[in-house]
Design a protein around this ligand. Structure first.
Ligand code: PLP
Length: 424
């Protein structure tokens, strides 16, 4: 499929008059339509719920939109729990899927009534010590090990992942939890990331549904929900077809009816914890070309850097780039599109054929709506950008201001070594 920005150049020029580049821009219309589609695709399951993976886009304005579609919040840390609690997610609206979890985070998750998803069997004791009891509703994360394949394609390598319990451990964990007072159980697994295929969720569902049947039979535990977690991907590259969420929902339904219903488990709720699928395509990093450099290669320097979008530097991830106003121009020039970090991997594109770029051009870096802004950091003393929401009526709302030097220096505010800095 062709990749087109969700704004026009004229719209963007107007936005940048008010908000300087770089910034992340989110498309409210796209977010809403997609959330609605997901909900419908799983509406066959009475208890279905998407717990949005807050880590993907931790912004209260975005969370509030998703809340309107019945989403809960999947949190992985104290601040994500605090944010979710503060905007009114409460009790079972919150899933706490963390790993290597500090005691204070278990305590806080328990205090606000969130559902705790244990990453390891040893966390049973750790949790009990931290909060003084075992919650009545609890979930365990499963990792079957090995390699996760679809047909002959290797999707991911759970055997090499730090998450979850082995098969033996999850049976033992259920027995222990039950003996300590747990009454309602969930199972969770995340076996492959960014899958662009309708097969992943049904295959994962089969693994988890069969496990649920065995866990119920062998431990007597009441499995009330199965959490398929994240992993439904998006087409980052042009030419890739997006996932068909209706077909994915139907695929899971088929396995549900084959495996769970005959075992009298037709009331088990299906949960998902999607991040990328919910927000990825509905966000973009907007940046301006500020330099061109002709040395051993052709470079375009932009005013964003890996601090604003880390995925290319971190994973060599592809993000499509549209040069605004040159959407249909021939891709006649080969560029490295770079940021200003003193790191040679600070490149949004390498050897990419693009239309000729001039200084001042606006670049729209696609698919930054999930794991984009959120992964940012402050290397080289760079500041994090603003986040803007393009509303359904075409207006724009600032949903997070850009960092200022004052924010950067804030953690020295209890010392006097920087007292001479003037911020204006
Ligand atoms: C526990 C958990 N759930 C859900 C997600 C969301 O994954 P995705 O954005 O790929 O859907 C993640 C991502 O890292 C995760 O770690």
């Amino acid at each position: 499929m062709e990749k087109r920005p969700f704004v026009t150049r004229d719209q963007l020029e107007e936005i940048v008059n008010e908000y300087p580049t770089p910034f992340h821009l989110y498309d409210e219309k796209g977010i809403r339509e997609n959330a609605k589609k997901l909900k419908e695709a799983f509406s066959w399951n009475k208890g279905y719920r998407e717990y949005f993976a807050v880590k993907a886009t931790p912004n209260p304005f975005i969370l509030n939109i998703l809340k309107e579609y019945g989403c809960g919040a999947d949190c992985s840390s104290m601040t994500e729990l605090m944010m979710s609690d503060a905007i009114g997610f409460s009790g079972s609206d919150i899933m706490f899927s963390s790993n290597d979890t500090p005691a204070e985070e278990f305590q806080y998750a328990d205090q606000i009534g969130g559902i705790i998803n244990l990453d390891d069997i040893t966390h049973i004791d750790f949790l009990e010590k931290a909060i003084g009891h075992i919650p009545e509703t609890i979930s365990c994360r499963y990792n079957p090990g090995g390699i996760f394949k679809i047909s002959n394609d290797i999707m991911d390598n759970p055997g090499d992942a730090k998450y979850g319990m082995t098969t033996e451990q999850i049976f033992e964990a259920f027995r222990i939890l039950k003996s300590k007072g747990a009454r309602k159980f969930g199972i969770h697994a995340f076996l492959a990331s960014n899958t662009v295929t309708t097969e992943y969720y049904p295959l994962l569902a089969k693994v988890l549904f069969e496990l649920a049947v065995k866990l119920k039979k062998e431990t007597g535990a009441e499995v009330t929900f199965i959490n398929l977690s994240g992993g439904i991907g998006i087409p980052y590259r042009p030419g890739q077809e997006p996932n068909d969420i209706v077909a994915i929902g139907e695929g899971v339904r088929k396995v549900y009816e084959e495996v769970l219903v005959p075992e009298g488990m037709g009331d088990v709720a299906i949960y998902t914890e999607l991040g990328r699928f919910m927000l990825g395509p509905y966000g973009a990093l907007v940046t301006r070309a500020i330099h061109e450099k002709h040395t051993h290669k052709e470079y375009v320097g932009v005013d964003a850097c890996a601090v604003n979008l880390m995925r290319p530097a971190m994973y060599g991830a592809y993000h499509h780039i549209t040069v605004m106003g040159k959407e249909d121009a021939p891709c006649s020039h080969k560029y490295d599109v770079v940021g200003s970090l003193c790191e040679n991997n600070d490149k949004f594109a390498i050897d990419r054929m693009m239309p000729e770029i001039s200084r001042g051009d606006l670049l729209f870096i696609h698919d930054t709506g999930a794991h984009g802004y959120a992964m940012g950091y402050n290397y080289n003393g760079k500041l994090k950008s603003a986040e803007l929401l393009l509303k359904e009526d075409g207006s724009v709302e600032l949903i997070r201001r850009a960092e200022t030097p004052k924010d950067y220096f804030a953690t020295f505010d209890c010392f006097d070594v920087l007292k001479n800095i003037k911020f204006e």
